[in-house]
Design a protein around this ligand. Structure first.
Ligand SMILES: [Zn+2]
Length: 547
């Protein structure tokens, strides 16, 4: 028995698929369009018509024999996948987001493939793609086809151009004011972003990190300290300042840190809204405004300079990797181990970092810097970030599917992750404090924040210019052992006075150099948060080097 397969001309198929792509998987795009053009329905209609003509012209041009079906099916599937994340989390699939996807670990990706996603892919992907697969496409002979296609494409382009010309001012004004509009058009935006990303990777492929800070050396009093100086930098994940108890959140999500006399900083902004931007940025010598991935890759970074200063620098990762920051120093990816008490399904609770820190402290021989990269509050499966005894805010969302939960349940689960981070950091501090044979200190800050449903937005990764403060305002704390405080004559009142200072991840590079009193030509005391609080003699020495 033969299935009767309907036959369509390639131009008809192009017209139909263009209509589906523009109006099917573009809910986010059209709701923005309605919002931005809503008061001018004629402009919106012209905008839709112009876009349709462009889609039609592009597909017709590409409807070459043997290419038509695989290409149309791929476009449909890409648009379907991208539209799910746009509609569900309010995100844009920009170059950064493509990079986040490429750097995602399989364990993380598992959380994104949910029943809702599968259903969405069937309705918006497999069904229309199946229809395209089913039809027989009639192609003309090559010569006739070129003529016929040109006869459709050229008038379509001319018409589109006419529409743009007539509406140029309102289109241009709207695009400028709402850069997210075209950024949410499927499948054009994700494809453009992927191309942009690939081009970037190609450019960066051969970049070699140039040496930086080879002149680095520690101050005499630190270099010759009887007790090894151990600086611990905890890089947090997705903790936002608004939900951090020490910052005055209505819920006490940081009861343990509160008891430990940590210095808390309330006004700290991140470099990016994703791990892939913020982490390399905060370790780079460049401030946020001058930072680019290519520039960061072309230069050694903070951990390299700390190594040049003669310290033992190590990176222990419980997140998704160091984003190439730790390429030249000892690095351990903890989820790859076999600690079944802390880990399951390729992911570990952050207490694994406390255990690893203990081992590292036992092995300390001289001045050391230990970087601990947390899994922290990584969503959407917040409930998997903490052990059951930390589920203090209830009911907490226990689904990776936000649509299964109320907003309160999602916030409860998120707040429990902060509560657990509070515990993990406090444990680290206690273990450091117990090592009176060492002069220890700890510096913690998050990489970026998180949206928890404000304005319908979830997760993070919004383009910086659009990002709400919830994604860019991060918690930061510091703790100094008495032994370290004595060594550098730390003025604790001076540190406390800085708690509301306007700070950012631009300060991390110089503050970390300052904490272990590393002087080098690239050190800028003005960006070292604690420089004014260590005794003057050393600050003077630093200035001498800078000049
Ligand atoms: Zn992150």
């Amino acid at each position: 028995m033969r299935l009767h397969r309907p036959a369509l001309g390639s131009i008809t198929l192009s017209a139909l698929v263009a209509a589906w792509l523009l109006f099917g998987p573009n809910l986010s795009f059209w709701s923005r369009g309605l919002e931005y053009f809503g008061r001018y329905p004629l402009t919106l209609a012209a905008f839709a018509a112009g876009l349709y003509l462009l889609f039609f012209a592009a597909l017709t041009t590409l409807s070459v024999k043997y290419l038509t079906k695989p290409l149309f099916i791929a476009l449909i599937l890409i648009a379907a996948a991208a539209s799910f994340y746009m509609d569900t989390f309010g995100i844009l699939v920009d170059r950064q987001m493509i990079q986040n996807v490429m750097l995602t670990t399989p364990a993380e990706a598992r959380h994104l493939i949910t029943p809702d996603y599968v259903l969405h892919m069937i309705l918006f992907g497999l069904l229309p793609a199946g229809l395209v697969a089913l039809v027989r496409v009639r192609h003309r002979d090559f010569g006739a086809k070129v003529l016929r296609n040109a006869g459709m494409v050229l008038p379509a382009l001319a018409l589109a151009l006419g529409i743009v010309a007539l509406n140029y001012q309102s289109f241009a004004g709207t695009f400028r004011a709402h850069r997210d509009l075209m950024g949410s058009l499927n499948p054009a935006a994700p494809i453009a972003s992927a191309v942009h990303y690939a081009a970037r990777r190609l450019q960066e492929r051969d970049i070699v990190a140039a040496p930086l800070g080879l002149d680095a050396r520690q101050s005499d009093r630190i270099a010759h300290s009887a007790r090894p100086v151990v600086t611990v930098l905890v890089v947090g994940e997705t903790a936002r300042a608004q939900n951090f108890g020490l910052n005055g959140y209505s819920r006490d999500t940081t009861p343990e840190l509160r008891e430990r006399q940590v210095a808390n900083f309330t006004d700290v902004s991140s470099c990016g809204t994703s791990t892939a931007v913020s982490v390399p940025c905060m370790f780079s010598v460049y401030p946020r405004k001058a930072y680019s991935e290519a520039k960061a890759l072309a230069s050694e970074n903070l951990v390299d300079i700390l190594t040049h200063s003669g310290q033992d620098v190590r990176w222990y990762d419980n997140d998704t990797g160091s984003m190439q920051v730790a390429d030249r120093i000892p690095y351990e990816f903890l989820p790859a181990g076999n600690d079944t008490a802390s880990c399951s399904g390729g992911e570990c609770h952050d207490d694994i970092l406390v255990k690893r820190l203990d081992k590292a402290l036992d092995a300390v021989k001289g001045n050391s810097v230990i970087v601990l990269h947390q899994l922290g509050s990584h969503g959407p499966a917040y409930f998997e970030r903490y052990p059951p005894e930390f589920e203090r805010f209830r009911p907490a969302c226990h689904s990776q599917e936000f649509s299964d939960c109320t907003r309160d349940e999602i916030v409860n689960a998120y707040d429990n992750t902060i509560l657990y981070t509070d515990h993990v950091l406090s444990q680290m501090i206690d273990h450091l404090a117990a090592r009176t044979d060492l002069a220890t200190n700890l510096f913690y800050l998050s990489d970026h924040g998180e949206s928890l449903g404000e304005n319908g937005l979830y997760l993070h990764g919004a383009p910086y210019f659009l990002a709400p403060e919830t994604q860019t305002h991060v918690p930061m704390i510091a703790w100094f052992s008495p032994g370290y405080g004595d060594l550098v004559s730390l003025d604790r009142a001076c540190v406390a006075d800085l708690s509301d200072a306007e700070l950012s991840q631009d300060n991390v590079f110089h503050t970390m150099l300052g904490m272990s009193e590393v002087s080098t030509a690239v050190y800028e005391p003005g960006l070292d948060i604690f420089a004014p609080c260590r005794n003057a003699q050393v600050a003077e020495a630093h200035r001498g080097v800078v000049r």
